[in-house]
Ligand binder design. Structure first.
Ligand SMILES: NC(=O)c1ccc[n+]([C@@H]2O[C@H](COP(=O)([O-])OP(=O)(O)OC[C@H]3O[C@@H](n4cnc5c(N)ncnc54)[C@H](O)[C@@H]3O)[C@@H](O)[C@H]2O)c1
Ligand SMILES: O=C(O)C(=O)C[C@@H](O)[C@H](O)[C@H](O)COP(=O)(O)O
Ligand SMILES: [Zn+2]
Length: 363
């Protein structure tokens, strides 16, 4: 098993990564010295696959367990679902020493964390991520949120978990579409931070798509290490943390303009990264060869690099709701080379339009 730490002073916590470790969750929780009540937030699918194993492990360690479910999909990461979860927390008599556990992908993790941050002004929070995306990204770093119809994650908080437990075994039941979508965030780490990791991804395509255990253990660990390092430097995104948003400026806009129905998050990020690479090239800061390498790796992992039937104006309008907007100015994370990015504002609108048109956007 791999173990690493997110260093945030009194809010520090461990990330445990291993194969077939769900049955150990009860023991891990016990080591944290928490109150006796636990509420697992999950969805029907993940509950049917892994709920009993986690529930039994936690009960065996002496905790009282309640289970609350939300609908499956991005459209359920909203205040309406949160309201229902608050009701269930109140009915289960959760108190300030209780723990909310997110068992699922990023949707479950983000909303469960939002409930943990706000119920009684904050209760213990533990992440058991079950998708690639959640294991490499959303379970680490404490961004918790729900969506607004006009923009992603517009209502949220920074609220760190007390523990993250990532079991590689659970990834075997993922739909191929979801596995691929998670790999978009994996590519992101190579582009923003680590050229060698990018080369590793190019070389290990087959092992990754087959979920080879050793390969995945290294992949998950490296992504979490990078995220932990960035978050430790800038927990609340006052500066460098914004690089974790690479590909998200256009990615989030694509999700929002299609009412969160057409692209899953990773798919939006994949197209958004290709867009960011093209933008950087048009601004003269990134070589064409590095644009092509990113585009190729995105394709190699089975992800789309373009879209159709969307109006450019609509996408541009949605960009204005990005949380990186400062004084009305849209900010982009752009690569100078693979492994190195910068934050740029006041990009000429015509260049953004040009790129969106190249990707399939309609005038
Ligand atoms: N907080 C952050 O830092 C952060 C980072 C990245 C993404 N996110 C958010 O994460 C969300 C996307 O997360 P996601 O890609 O995990 O999507 P998701 O949570 O919708 O999960 C994808 C699908 O996989 C299913 N699933 C989950 N685990 C499974 C398993 N082990 N076997 C079979 N099916 C399984 C889910 O039920 C769902 O249908 C978005 O809302 C995004 O905004 C947040
Ligand atoms: O942890 C971060 O910081 C990230 O930006 C990670 C992203 O992958 C993630 O999608 C995040 O939720 C986006 O944050 P937002 O602030 O743009 O909503
Ligand atoms: Zn993301």
């Amino acid at each position: 098993m791999e173990q690493l730490k997110v260093e945030l002073g009194e809010r520090s916590y461990e990330i445990k990564i291993g194969y077939d470790i769900l049955s150990k969750v009860g023991q891990y929780l016990k080591e944290l010295n928490l109150g006796s009540k636990v509420m697992i937030i999950t969805n029907e699918l993940v509950d049917s696959l892994y709920g009993r194993e986690v529930e039994q492990a936690i009960k065996k360690a002496g905790f009282e367990v309640n289970i609350a479910k939300i609908g499956d999909g991005e459209e359920y990461k909203v205040l309406d679902s949160a309201k229902n979860l608050y009701d269930q927390a109140v009915n289960a008599n959760l108190d300030r020493s209780s723990t909310i556990i997110a068992l699922g992908g990023g949707v479950v993790g983000d909303i469960a964390g939002f409930i943990a941050a706000t119920y009684m002004r904050g209760v213990n929070f533990v992440q058991i991520p079950t998708t690639v995306l959640a294991q490499v990204d959303s379970s680490v770093g404490g961004k918790v949120a729900v969506n607004h119809p006009q923009g992603k994650n517009l209502i949220g908080a920074f609220y760190q978990p007390k523990l993250v437990v990532a079991d590689i075994k659970v990834l075997s039941t993922l739909e191929p579409r979801q596995l691929k979508a998670g790999l978009a965030e994996v590519i992101k780490y190579g582009v923003i931070w680590d050229k060698e990791f990018f080369h590793f991804l190019e070389a290990k395509r087959e092992e990754i798509l087959e979920l080879d255990i050793k390969t995945m253990e290294y992949l998950l660990k490296r992504c979490c290490e990078i995220k932990a390092e960035v978050v430790a430097q800038d927990e609340r995104e006052m500066g460098i943390r914004a690089i974790l948003n690479y590909g998200h400026t256009i990615g989030h806009a694509l999700e929002a303009v299609t009412d969160y129905q057409r692209f899953v998050h990773g798919e939006g990020v994949a197209i958004g990264m290709v867009a960011a690479a093209k933008l950087a090239n048009k601004l003269g800061i990134l070589d064409l060869a590095d644009v092509e390498k990113q585009e190729q790796l995105v394709k190699d992992f089975g992800l789309a690099v373009s879209f159709d039937a969307l109006k450019i104006n609509k996408i541009i309008k949605a960009l204005a709701k990005d949380k990186k907007v400062k004084d009305g100015m849209i900010r982009f994370i752009l690569a100078e080379e693979i492994g190195k990015v910068v934050i740029k504002s006041d990009l000429p609108h015509n260049i953004i339009r040009e790129v969106l048109e190249e990707l399939g956007g309609e005038r």
